[in-house]
Each structure stands twice: as structure tokens, then as C-alpha cells.
Ligand binder design. Structure first.
Ligand SMILES: [Fe+2]
Ligand SMILES: [Fe+2]
Length: 147
């Protein structure tokens, strides 16, 4: 309960992401946040080469992180695993489909990509509140029971 209060307070204070309470997951989230900032910088410069690098690097980090969370879910036989895993898979599938450039010959970012990049931080924020915080609580409860 205490950790939930702290997490909600960090949101009110304008922190980008609430702490889940598992150091390994919070570390992943911090690295994802760093990648998101790099992507935002590349998009703001309208630099397709940097944006492609940032997108690929972000998705690689995110794929490792989603595997990490899904391993934890299996370890504790988490009831909401199917739903949480579906949101991960849908995010990655959608992100990989979006063309970065308007066309192959065009160095300008596609408007779909810019829209996706503009909404992605909000997606992570909502996902962490709706899916990752409850997962963190369940993992902590499971660890406390097995002590
Ligand atoms: Fe997640
Ligand atoms: Fe997460």
C-alpha cells in the first residue's frame, strides 16, 4: 500500500513514470525513458536517419523489457498474463509496421511516424499505470509469501 502511495505521488509531482517497486523493472523503464527522449529529439529535428536508429534502439530495449516482464508473470502464474502480453505484442507489431519516411526516396519523416512518436510516451505512461504497477504489486506479494 505504501509503495502505491509513493508511486502515485511521483505521478502527481510530474515524474515521467511511476516506480513499480521492482528495481530490475524500474531500471528497464528508466532505460526506455532514455530511448524515448532520444527518439523525441530525432523527431523534433526531422532527422530520418537518427529517428530510424532511435526507433530501432527503442524497440530492441522494449522487446527485452517485455520478455523480462512476461518471464516474471510466468514465474508467479499471473492471472492477467494473457491480457498484459497481448498489449505488449500489439505495441511491438504496430510500431514495426509504421514507415519512418514518407517514401523511400524522401528523407522527410512520415506523418504516421510523427503521430506515433508523439503519442508513445503517453502509451508507456498508461501501460505502466494500468499493467506494470499491478504486476509489480503481484510480484512483490508473491515474493513476500515465499519468504
Ligand atoms: Fe508491461
Ligand atoms: Fe514495463
Amino acid at each position: 500500500m505504501q509503495s502505491q502511495k509513493i508511486a502515485l505521488r511521483s505521478v502527481e509531482l510530474g515524474a515521467r513514470y511511476p516506480a513499480v517497486g521492482l528495481p530490475e523493472i524500474d531500471g528497464d523503464h528508466r532505460r526506455i525513458n532514455d530511448e524515448l527522449q532520444r527518439l523525441a529529439a530525432a523527431v523534433s529535428l526531422d532527422n530520418a536517419i537518427q529517428a530510424a536508429k532511435a526507433r530501432n534502439s527503442l524497440l530492441a530495449e522494449v522487446a527485452v523489457h517485455f520478455d523480462h516482464e512476461e518471464r516474471l508473470m510466468r514465474q508467479i502464474q499471473y492471472a492477467d498474463l494473457p491480457r498484459h502480453q497481448r498489449t505488449h505484442a500489439a505495441f511491438l507489431a504496430g510500431a514495426r509496421r509504421i514507415p519512418i519516411r514518407k517514401s523511400r526516396a524522401d528523407p522527410i519523416l512520415s506523418s504516421r511516424f510523427v503521430r506515433w512518436a508523439a503519442r508513445i510516451e503517453e502509451w508507456f505512461h498508461s501501460h505502466m499505470l494500468e499493467e506494470d504497477l499491478p504486476l509489480g504489486r503481484a510480484v512483490l506479494a508473491s515474493r513476500a509469501r515465499s519468504r
